[in-house]
Design a protein around this ligand. Structure first.
Ligand code: MFK
Length: 565
């Protein structure tokens, strides 16, 4: 009798295996520029399937430890991380995960290149992508608001390719009073000579092993509310390598992201430097969290991609009911739905990355900057929710094995759950879209861009032949979205309350329609039947415009139902 053992799913080069990423780069970037990126992407794609995987595994098995005291009772608050975690930091530095975005070697395409690197790096990084997200955000904030000291010191460390010189940064916003509403921040900044000292408690500080952090505090005597907050830079350790009047209370016991040290700590007179002058701290730190929101989106994308890559490989190995599961039509149908969600997210996220690259190179028009402001919360909330549902379904592909810890699938699902939460929950981001529309008039450039894209699509003979119904669906949804928006904007119904009630549906409708347009354009460009079918399915499977009717009486009865649960 022969005993059966299932062959495990495996990974090959994560760049050369990824048809969508490669085709996208060839679509959006001049061929010469792509050819200059390819060797590096291929190299990192290989590392993501080899040495990085072993380090990530080590980091997952050896989560960080908080050691409050030394053997003699002295408070040290050491956070111990394992070799694997440190190696992954080294990979980030030497592969230029941050540097690539700031050297701007490929001009406006540099962010696409850097985000392609991140996309390859993240799923094999044990979430080292989190410190990188904050590091990149801090670099951008320093570029925009930093003084010479910060530009000559912190900026150089953050963008270094030398693992020995490379720094990461924390982003410490969250206090006990609120993660979403930071207006109640109670950390106080006291002016002492030419610098400040910070006193307060930070409830979540991610990557507390970083060398520096950007944080919010209220200068003594400043106004209440969020406008009275200022942005500060601090270094965690002094010249003697002791913590700079920081006490770590504990590491958080989180659902996922287990290898990432996330601490609760207090600042007890920590020296800090004001960034960009007094006040307006939320607006200044927004330059940071708008970058981390893009990271979140790219990481959610690549998390989905990793799940699909493993599921594809497994489907070709696993047999059930007399054939490989890839040969079962219902399985293929299910996988196709997952792929379509991932592809929609991919196109949407990468459009924002393109705009970010243009803006940072001074090539974006005002309208493009406003569109980026609108798209940033959209891509974050959209890709995060898709990542959750795709990862959950991917787990099911593996049946009971997927539910067992040492296959790694439970970790993937737990880690996916953080994407919709940190860096702004789905509701907070839905409301941020309304802020972007109100402050930057960002709905206009959105409509304009989609109008242009649809015109281009309709000029393609193939659109009329093969994607006629899909193009009509996009046009109709866009009209519905526009008339809904104008009805509300003109105060035609319940005004602000209606807009807020429907903000989530509005956000997803924006995402659905934009993704549909980009996917259709991409399919017409590649003329590949797989892309045509993907676009077709996205446009017809979903209701692209999904804002329901709402009114004051609906709100009243909904509130009664919820309160009376
Ligand atoms: C895998 C990698 C993933 C990344 C990992 C990172 C891990 C890090 C873990 C964390 O730190 S999680 C904590 C993240 N916290 C948040 O994301 C905060 C969520 N809350 C919000 O985003 C709220 O909407 C917000 C705090 C911004 C509300 O604050 P306010 O002060 O009530 O908003 P207000 O008064 O509307 O805005 C103040 C100013 O900021 C305004 O400008 P003005 O002063 O000129 O009027 C706004 O326009 C501006 N502003 C707000 N949001 C903005 C923005 N500007 C640009 N972009 C935005 N998104």
């Amino acid at each position: 009798m022969s005993e059966f053992f299932q062959e495990a799913p495996g990974l090959k080069n994560q760049y050369t295996e990824d048809r969508l990423l490669q085709a996208y780069l060839h679509w959006r970037i001049p061929a010469m520029v792509v050819s200059n990126m390819t060797a590096h992407l291929t190299h990192l794609g290989q590392r993501a399937a080899t040495d990085m995987l072993a380090w990530a595994d080590e980091a997952e098995k050896n989560p960080p430890k908080h050691i409050p005291y030394d053997p003699w009772g002295k408070r040290i608050d050491h956070i111990e991380t394992c070799n694997g975690w440190k190696q992954l930091e080294g990979v980030a530095a030497e592969e230029g995960l941050i540097a690539a975005g700031y050297e701007r070697k490929f001009d406006e395409y540099s962010r696409i290149y850097q985000m392609a690197l991140l996309y390859l790096y993240h799923p094999s990084s044990a979430i080292y992508s989190c410190p990188l997200a904050m590091t990149d955000g801090a670099t951008r904030a320093i570029e925009l608001y930093g003084d010479d000291y910060l530009k000559n010191k912190a900026y150089r460390h953050l963008t270094s390719r030398d693992p020995k010189n490379f720094w990461t940064s924390g982003q410490w916003m969250t206090e006990r009073t609120g993660g979403s509403d930071v207006s109640g921040t109670s950390t106080i900044a006291k002016k002492v000579g030419d610098h400040y000292e910070l006193h307060g408690t930070k409830w979540f500080t991610s990557a507390t092993t970083s060398q520096m952090a950007m944080t919010l505090a209220r200068i003594e005597g400043a106004d209440k509310g969020s406008r009275g907050l200022s942005l500060f830079y601090l270094e965690l350790r002094n010249d003697k390598n002791e913590l700079n009047k920081i006490m770590v209370h504990r590491l958080k016991d989180k659902l996922g992201t287990k290898s990432l040290p996330t601490a609760e700590l207090s600042l007890q007179g920590t020296p800090a430097r004001l960034v960009g002058g007094e006040g307006g701290g939320v607006k200044k730190i927004a330059s940071l969290f708008n970058i981390t929101r893009v990271y979140n989106s790219v990481c959610a994308l690549s998390h989905m991609r990793r799940g699909l890559a493993l599921a594809k490989d497994y489907s070709q190995k696993r047999e059930a009911f007399g054939r490989k599961i890839i040969d079962h039509p219902l399985h293929v149908e299910t996988m196709m739905d997952l792929y379509v969600d991932y592809a929609a997210s991919f196109h949407l996220v990468m459009r924002a990355v393109e705009l970010l690259g243009k803006e940072e190179c001074g090539k974006a028009t005002e309208e493009e900057s406003a569109l980026l402001r609108l798209l940033t919360p959209v891509i974050k909330l959209f890709s995060a929710k898709k990542c959750m549902s795709v990862t959950s379904e991917v787990m099911e592909v593996f049946g009971g094995a997927g539910y067992v810890e040492d296959t790694g699938m439970p970790r993937m699902l737990r880690d996916a759950q953080v994407f919709p939460i940190w860096e702004g929950t789905t509701n907070v981001l839905s409301l941020d879209i309304l802020r972007a529309i109100e402050k930057e008039n960002a709905f206009k450039p959105f409509m304009k861009e989609l109008g242009h894209r649809l015109q281009g699509i309709m000029k393609e003979p193939m659109a009329g032949q093969q994607l006629k119904g899909e193009v009509q669906a996009i046009e109709k949804s866009l009209k519905d979205l526009e008339s809904y928006f104008h009805k509300i904007a003109s105060g035609g119904t319940g005004g602000l309350e209606d807009l807020q009630t429907s903000a989530r549906y509005f956000a997803f409708s924006v995402g659905n329609i934009f993704a549909a347009t980009l996917m259709t354009e991409f399919a017409l460009h590649t003329k590949d039947l797989r892309d045509i079918e993907t676009a077709r399915r996205w446009c017809t499977r979903n209701t692209l415009f999904e804002v329901p009717e709402t009114s004051q009486s609906h709100r009243f009865s909904n509130a009664e139902i919820i309160k009376g649960l």
